[in-house]
Design a protein around this ligand. Structure first.
Ligand code: ADP
Ligand code: MG
Length: 264
């Protein structure tokens, strides 16, 4: 099944069409909007693939499909060479134990009524991963590792800053011991100085835990510090895809050059 040449996660020919109902008096037909148009990419073990492109270009839709939070209209998702596009039940639980997501807005992705401990443990409870024997200690260790005070495990998300809340989201993603973490603009909402610290944390965790990342960003400057390879997205399509240095040093596509010209 999986060997050195099988990517950890691969998506092939992903297309996502949203159907939006026209609501005007004169026009009430169906509108079809293709947010993701025949997109393929692969991420290998311990690799960071950055997906960059302006707001509205389809990045989050791709991320959600790759993380199996959204079904594609067509195309396939493969984990370790196995087609999981329509995985349900036990297979889906296995997928979630391997692939986790960190979202852009930590406050809207963390239940405000749950303690940090409950939030961090939730994936273990629901995703058929063997629970740790020492639950409290497990959470404390994870909090410590992501730079949170372990004594704050009974606090609620609203009691943390944005950067700290994002660390809770990272701890939650790590709890199941995933192989891949999809970071959808995980640092975009943070102050620039906090961004750098969180990126350093993600890089350190990658080394320690053999993680792969799909790192989504609209800002090319951010991906320079973390990506091994970069896919540039424009209007739902990947217009250029290559290793980081070739994208930054010798961009082939006009749109990539445009994005780069915005990098300070
Ligand atoms: P990005 O993450 O690059 O900003 P998104 O994937 O969020 O882009 O969105 C891509 C396009 O798809 C946008 O035009 C957005 O309005 C549209 N879109 C996203 N989700 C939906 C949905 N559930 N229904 C209709 N349109 C959507
Ligand atoms: Mg997005």
């Amino acid at each position: 099944m999986s060997d050195a040449r099988t990517p950890l996660l691969e998506v092939k020919g992903l297309t996502k069409t949203f159907i939006t109902q026209g609501s005007g008096v004169v026009f009430s037909g169906k509108n079809e909007f293709t947010a993701v148009d025949d997109v393929s990419f692969a991420v290998n073990a311990r690799e960071t693939l950055a997906i960059v492109g302006e707001s509205g270009s389809g990045k989050s839709t791709m991320a959600r499909i790759a993380a199996k939070l959204l079904e594609p209209t067509s195309g396939n998702v493969l984990l370790d060479g196995v087609d999981v596009t329509h995985a349900k039940g036990k297979e889906l639980a296995h997928f979630r134990s391997k692939v986790q997501v960190v979202f852009q807005d930590p406050f809207s992705s963390l239940n405000p009524k749950h303690t940090v401990e409950r939030i961090v443990m939730a994936p273990l409870d629901y995703q058929r991963v063997k629970p740790p024997t020492k639950r409290r200690e497990f959470v404390r260790d994870l909090m410590d590792r992501v730079g949170l005070n372990p004594d704050h495990s009974q606090r609620y998300p609203g009691q943390f800053s944005g950067g700290q809340a994002q660390r809770i989201g990272i701890a939650r993603a790590l709890a199941v011991g995933p192989s891949l973490v999809v970071c959808d603009e995980a640092v975009s909402a943070l102050d620039v100085s906090v961004q750098a610290v969180v990126i350093k944390l993600l890089k350190d965790l990658q080394r320690e835990r053999d993680l792969s990342y799909i790192f989504i960003a609209h800002d090319l400057a951010v991906v320079r510090h973390i990506a091994d390879s970069v896919a540039v997205v424009h209007k739902g399509q990947i217009v250029e895809h290559g290793d980081r240095d070739s994208i930054f040093d010798a961009p082939q596509h006009e749109y990539t050059r445009e994005l780069l010209s915005a990098v300070p």
